[in-house]
Design a protein around this ligand. Sequence first.
Ligand SMILES: [Fe+2]
Ligand SMILES: [Fe+2]
Length: 192
Amino acid sequence: MNFEEIEAIVKKQLSENRFFHSKCVAKRCEELAEKYGVDKQKAKLIGIEHDIAKEWSEEKKIKYAETNQLPIDEIERQQPGLLHAKIGAHIGKMEFGFTEDMVEAISAHTTGKKNMNILAKILFIADATGDDRTWEDLEEVRKIANEDIDKAILYLLNVEIKDRINKDKAIHINSILARNELLFNRKLANEK
Ligand SMILES: [Fe+2]
Ligand SMILES: [Fe+2]
């Protein structure tokens, strides 16, 4: 399936605002892929597809995950909304023939994870820095992402984790693992 065909399917699943968000993410994915020498087509596709299941009801998300034997962790049980990442990844694989690196990237787009591949890093940043977004440190993160994507992810994780703490919300273990890894890698790089 080509980009336009997948885009048309995604459009049917989303509200106008969320579809606009997805188009902005696809555009930003393409820009970042260009910058980091990554396959632009793959980047665009994961950008447009990543939130395909975002607006499903909690029941539908849980049912899809159970029917397709997607593992549901403790935090996803509490916050089934998070499952849209794993479901989007599964749909990408089964219905659109996405490759493993694309599937992994979509699956990690809400929480981040340890050992993110470059597509996962691009999607994680693109999701938060598309033209549809407005938040305090947006320009700063956009600027950093153009120079050092790991540094931008660390910045973004710090913002998101602090926000969750302020709202008394649980923090997904994968976000902590991603942050620790980036911190340790930077420390090693600075020591060299
Ligand atoms: Fe999402
Ligand atoms: Fe998104």
